[in-house]
Design a protein around this ligand. Structure first.
Ligand code: PLP
Length: 468
């Protein structure tokens, strides 16, 4: 399996090189040259497999020999061993043919652990084999940061720098999950700016090729294809649990950077019988507006109760645009340059039709989010977080065919967002035992301006140079 850049001007790479590269050298994102195929027999053979086995089988064709199968199986098994639930991603029933898939039983209580616990170990494995080290830089609006830091902490060949917007947008629990990790190779940087500023700074560091080579820059944010590949597994897992290949399945995905829902899209390309794929957004609804109008247009980021979805430019959306441009990297590179310049990108009627055929969209504001948390609690007894509430609301709005199971993705544990949950239900959710003293642990972070030169200097001072 080779991977090609969405902008068509970077060399095709194998899985392990894509893992380490993150963003392609032409500014594009890597995608598989062709989709692996999951046949009906493959799906039938996954019935009864445990989660790690399922994930290994789903990942294997993406890795395609770049890592030995036994090693891959051991890495994946190790990644999910410490999840707090035996099913790893348990499914709970909320109503008639309505389900909730809990993706928050990993160490940082958000769905990002599902991919990053695997990706951190994959890095370790590949770097050890090559006697190399890397500097991981990433931007987070909340959950990626702690998940990346937990996945890479104390790993000898990795330095990690996570940029997050300073101030209110990251919840206290989210911030503390980043700033209380006591590991010398892990750095939390609060940037005076928005999440999109943080994301732009990371992209700019990658586009500074001498800097990138000097420090062996690498990414574990959702532009890294290995993360998308690891996420495909839980869509397959849920589908098999609920009757695939004999029965179709629909998903509602709380969406920010489009990484989670892109994994569902990949699963569908591979042959998983996904009927509807619904994108849930908060008031930062660029994706919902895109589906309504065929035009992407950037607004300003507005803070909401679901901060991990407070995003205007969804970086992974480029991977869908690549397909809508019939995998013509040159055409997409032009479109992306126009988008950067004008702040809007309008698709052709045919491209828009294809986008709508693939996805439904739904938006929920903060009042609706609180009402949904309350409704779920009153009708099922389940306490859910604001991001998951958007998924459940989206699932209800987009559940067109009631004979098809609809699975809403619960992307964070309610105790990550206790204020919103308490406002909605009067109940303050408690952190699980292993994080119970989080609010008392000492914090460690550096506040820096939204200035590329300052950020690069900090990274240079706190990481080891690598030979190019
Ligand atoms: C990251 C995150 C999202 C958004 O996922 P994307 O892959 O960026 O679309 C939603 N909910 C939570 C809790 C998250 O951490």
């Amino acid at each position: 399996m080779r991977y090609v850049s969405t902008r068509g001007a970077a060399p095709a790479l194998a899985f392990d090189d894509v893992l380490l590269a993150g963003l392609a050298r032409d500014g594009g994102l890597y995608v598989p040259e062709a989709w692996p195929v999951l046949t009906a027999d493959d799906l039938r053979s996954l019935a009864g497999c445990d989660y790690a086995e399922t994930a290994t089988r789903v990942l294997a064709p993406f890795v395609d020999g770049a890592i030995a199968e036994d090693d891959l199986a051991a890495i994946v098994a190790d990644a999910y061993r410490d999840f707090a639930h035996a099913a790893v991603v348990p499914l709970k029933q909320l109503g008639p043919n309505q389900w909730l898939m809990e993706l928050f039983h990993g160490p940082t209580l958000a769905f990002k652990d599902l991919a990053l616990q695997v990706v951190g170990r994959l890095f370790d494995h590949v770097l050890a084999r090559r006697s190399r080290r890397v500097t991981i830089v990433g931007a987070t609006s909340g959950d990626t940061g702690s998940a990346a830091m937990e996945a890479c902490r104390d790993r000898a060949a990795i330095d990690v720098f996570i940029l997050f917007p300073e101030g209110e947008r990251v919840s206290e629990v989210q911030r503390r999950q980043m700033t209380t990790i006591d590991a010398p190779n892990v750095h939390a940087i609060a940037v005076r700016g928005t999440f999109d500023d943080c994301q732009d700074l990371v992209k700019a560091m990658f586009n500074d090729i001498p800097f990138r080579d000097r420090h062996g820059l690498s990414a574990v944010n959702s532009i890294n294809w290995a993360r998308i590949a690891a996420q495909v597994a839980y869509y397959v897992w849920a589908a098999v649990a609920l009757g695939a290949p004999g029965r179709g399945i629909s998903f509602a995905v709380p969406t920010g950077n489009f990484g989670n829902v892109l994994a569902a899209h990949a699963a569908r390309h591979m042959g998983l019988p996904i009927v509807d794929l619904a994108i849930g957004t908060n008031r930062n609804d660029i994706l919902a507006r895109f589906l309504e109008t065929g035009s992407l247009s950037i607004g300003t980021v507005e803070p909401s109760l679901s901060p991990s979805m407070d995003i205007q430019v969804s970086s992974n959306f480029e991977r869908l645009l690549f397909e809508l441009h019939d995998r013509d990297g040159t055409a997409l590179a032009r479109a992306m340059a126009d988008f950067r310049r004008d702040g809007t990108l309008t698709l052709s009627p045919e491209q828009w039709r294809r986008a709508r055929a693939g996805f439904a969209g739904h938006r929920l504001d903060d009042a609706g989010t609180l009402a949904e948390i309350r409704r779920v609690w009153e009708t099922t007894g389940e306490i859910i977080d604001p991001h998951s509430a958007i998924a459940v609301s989206t699932a209800r709005a987009c559940h067109a065919d009631r004979s098809v199971p609809m699975v809403a993705l619960a992307s964070a544990h309610p105790a990550k967002f206790p204020d919103a949950v308490e406002r909605a239900t009067g109940i303050r959710p408690r952190l699980p035992e292993r994080l119970a003293d989080l609010l008392e642990r000492p914090e460690r972070m550096t506040v820096l301006p939204n200035d590329l030169a300052v950020i690069e200097a900090f990274v240079a001072d706190h990481s080891e140079r690598v030979a190019a």
